[in-house]
Design a protein around this ligand. Sequence first.
Ligand SMILES: *Cc1c(COP(=O)(O)O)cnc(C)c1O
Length: 410
Amino acid sequence: MNHQNLIIDAEKKLQTIYQNLDKIEEENSKKVINAFKENNVSEACFNMTTGYGYNDLGRDTIEKVYATIFKSEDALVRSQFISGTHALTTALFACLRPGDTMLSITGKPYDTLEEVIGIKENKSSLKSYGINYEQIDLIENQFNVEKIKEVLKKKKIKLIEIQRSKGYSTRKSILIEDLEEVISLIKKESPNTIVMVDNCYCEFVTTKEPIEIGADLVVGSLIKNLGAGMASNGAYIVGKKDLITLCAERLNVPGEGREVGPSLGMNKQLLLGLFMAPSVVKQALKTAILTSYLLEKIGFEVEPKYNEERADIVQNIIFHDKEKLITYCQAIQSASPIDANVKPIPWDMPGYTDQVIMAAGTFTQGSSIELSCDGPLREPYIAYQQGSLTYSYGKIAIETAIEQLLENKN
Ligand SMILES: *Cc1c(COP(=O)(O)O)cnc(C)c1O
């Protein structure tokens, strides 16, 4: 079968899965439109503040809309957050005090948090303030329930961090059902421990979000799912009112908290992004599922498989071959709207042990709700692909990549 027929065949086989995604999109769209209505999103919300940013109607309304969608007491949604990492850092520094212990129950957290926590030496880390860190690894993609219970019985844990998406690891991402189970266990053993969920890449993939199942704080990036390619930067934190207040005072200034922070003209982008997010997340998921199906068909190992339940928008292709990983990433770049003629090569990225190759021909720097693909140059040579603002553009890129892979094989 040539690759065009392969795609026609794939789309026939994937019909039912795609239809299921339509239903999820519809339900999430209802959530969004109802939240807009309930919180009186109006044209005046597009006005901006400058300077201190007192009384920014749009900013305050956006936060109410987020709280409604996530069913949380409160929300902090700011373009003063550089990225998801900044929001996660803010939440950790906001909740933890010297002598406290934070515990990760999904193994080592996302790479960019290593210096924040102090796993890697940094003079400004949580560790430098006398905050302890402990970690429990997953066992075969499952929470180590016995160990979690044991630690919670033995000592006082101030905060538990749960990272849903896999990051640059080889584990699976955490499904909402599994998250629900572990949160009820934590709440039973230690009701006062703050449960903080790193929700990056998981928003709107299903119809339930972590606050609904007991999380206290949920954090994510706006250059991923909820920005839908419209937000130029920013991040969100949703959760308990007292904790969100602490986060606002940490991000800004104690005593000024959420009252300051000019929106500088970003409100419309953030609202439009959120409005589009249920649809764009679906486009990204369809692209991931098509990729999984096709790459498996032509003989590569993939994770997750096309018909597996998904927690996030990330698709792995496990190449077991350095050149093939490079070829794939270069092909994705060549099918990108921006810098299509740039050929990505492996480079030494700050903070990473191995060289990394990155395809990111995106409108927003580092945006990974836009089609992007990267991978560290180490065994087993895994490509981490995510995003695509539309399914058609995603499909075109995958077709290009398959063409390149098959050409290089001969
Ligand atoms: C992307 C990501 C982050 C960090 O977000 P940035 O916006 O890149 O700083 C944190 N955790 C996970 C699981 C992520 O995927």
